[in-house]
Design a protein around this ligand. Structure first.
Ligand SMILES: N[C@@H](CCOP(=O)(O)O)C(=O)O
Length: 492
């Protein structure tokens, strides 16, 4: 299967292994399949498949330059005992009104593990398939979760080096500690005096710097990405939509063929785009509800067709979603523009120059699979409390954004279609916010909050936080946004 850039023509397409290694296209666009796969499968085939089997099936639809054995070995290594639930992604029903797709049972307690445990498997095999002899330098911008998950996934993977940039002061105490304590001889992590958008924009700029790329190539290095702009990061995320559907059929919550809706806490737009791709592949999805926090640029976009990042950037208690420039929206725009790369080029140029663009009515009409809403900080706190008081179930603030938006959507738009909320992180990643919402008392941060939450919930502390506060921490390195390139130069 061939992949083209959202900003380039199909005659420049490359195979999946090459797209995974490159991460971002040289023209700044994102790789998408030239012809979207239309696999023949019947939904009943999916019921009873393990997570590994479902993931392998989905990967085989997109990555046909890997052999069956290579995909099998990849999913076996990726989805094993590093997850603390044998189902990998269990679905739980709560009387508070929703089904929660629990995506936080991996080693770093967030949904990113579902992709970043398998990406290193795909990357190392891609390097062999392509005969690449460069060291792959994986540049990662994170607002909290991708950083740790990419460090954990690529820890000590030969031929790779990871450099993570995160916003200084813009991640939770547990997220920070996870990054600063992650062991690995090939890992570097750097705070940027700025927000996630600045970090991500500079990572993209560095990718596009040809002269720098050539210098690095001479020194034996080549850039790739662990962000969802990398198609090898995005496609594995489709699997959990299929797997959830199949679980709900097996649990007799729905019948084969019934429609489901999903509400997705959204930042960089990768997770919800994976749901849209699942629908394109034939999964019966009624609506994908894009849930934002106070940084609600996407809510406005879906309601008006205008994307406008010229607004205050809020640091919220759901930091992983503190994003105003959502990379993966570009892949959706590409579809909405009927794969016309010139439309995407034009919109992305307007975004770069003015921070805003307006899509046409024709393009808006193509977005009917989506709805959107946002939750304020007060809404998030209230939702954590509501779900806890109804079900004794603690949800993290990102899940609470989606849960609140889903609850409202069910009351106002559609109360009959079963709704699955993507539960993207463990409450133990954000114990301060969760406790404060539930107890309405001041909370001490870090280890104290983790233990206090554990006492309240009386559950088993996830391995990912059990020893976290005893591990040796590296010192925080802080750079200005315009020093990121120099940091890379001096540390490679
Ligand atoms: N929310 C992310 C930001 C990066 O998103 P990605 O899906 O493109 O990796 C984070 O937590 O780092």
């Amino acid at each position: 299967m061939k992949y083209r850039s959202t900003r380039g023509t199909a005659d420049q397409a490359i195979n999946s292994a090459a797209a995974i290694i490159q991460g971002l296209a040289p023209d700044g666009g994102l790789y998408v399949p030239v012809t979207f796969p239309q696999p023949t499968f019947s939904l009943d085939q999916l019921v009873g498949l393990s997570y590994q089997e479902t993931a392998k099936l989905v990967l085989s639809w997109f990555f046909d330059d890997y052999s069956d054995e290579q995909l099998q070995d990849s999913v076996t290594a990726a989805y094993g005992s590093q997850f603390d639930d044998a189902k990998i992604v269990p679905v739980t029903a709560k009387t508070a009104g929703n089904y929660y797709m629990e995506l936080f049972h991996g080693p770093t307690l967030a949904f990113k593990d579902l992709a970043l445990q398998v990406l290193p498997q795909l990357m190392t095999r891609a390097v062999k398939l392509q005969g690449v002899d460069h060291n792959i330098v994986i540049l990662t911008a994170t607002s909290g979760d991708t950083g740790t998950a990419s460090m954990r996934g690529f820890q000590d993977v030969d031929g790779t080096q990871v450099i993570v940039f995160y916003p200084h002061g813009g991640v939770s105490p547990v997220q920070l500690r996870q990054m600063l304590t992650q062991q690995g001889r090939n890992l570097k992590v750097v705070a940027v005096e700025g927000n996630f958008d600045q970090a991500q924009a500079n990572v993209k700029k560095i990718f596009g710097d040809r002269e720098f790329g050539q210098q690095l190539a001479q020194a034996g290095h080549q850039f790739s990405s662990a962000n969802s702009m990398n198609i090898g990061r995005l496609i594995p995320q489709i699997a959990y939509y299929f797997y959830t559907y199949a679980q709900m059929v097996a649990q007799q919550t729905i019948q084969l063929g019934d429609q489901l809706s999903f509400t997705v806490p959204t930042g960089n737009f990768g997770d919800i785009l994976a749901g849209y791709y699942a629908k394109k592949l034939g999964l019966p999805i009624k609506k994908l509800i894009c849930a934002s926090n106070q940084n609600n640029v996407l809510t406005d976009f879906f309601k008006t067709g205008k994307y406008d990042r010229n607004r205050p950037f809020f640091l919220t208690n759901s930091p992983s979603m503190d994003i105003l420039v959502s990379s993966n929206l570009e892949r959706l725009l590409f579809d909405a523009a009927d794969q016309d790369e010139t439309v995407v080029q034009d919109l992305m140029q307007q975004l770069a120059q003015t921070g805003a663009y307006q899509i046409s009515d024709d393009m808006r009409a193509q977005l009917s699979d989506f709805a959107a809403g946002f939750a304020s900080e007060a809404d998030i706190q209230a939702e954590i409390k509501r779900v806890y008081e109804t079900d004794g179930y603690a949800i993290d603030p990102h899940t609470a954004v989606a849960s609140a938006v889903a609850h409202r959507y069910q009351a106002e738009e559609d109360g009959t279609t079963p709704m699955v909320v993507l539960s993207t992180a463990s409450p133990y990643k954000f114990p301060e916010t969760v406790l404060k919402a539930i107890t309405e008392q001041p909370v001490e941060p870090g280890l104290k909050a983790v233990n206090q939450l554990n006492q309240l919930l009386q559950d088993t502390l996830p391995a990912g936080v059990r020893d976290l506060f005893e591990l040796k921490e590296r010192a925080e390195v802080v750079v200005e946004p315009d020093e990121m390139k120099q940091y890379i130069q001096t540390h490679l």
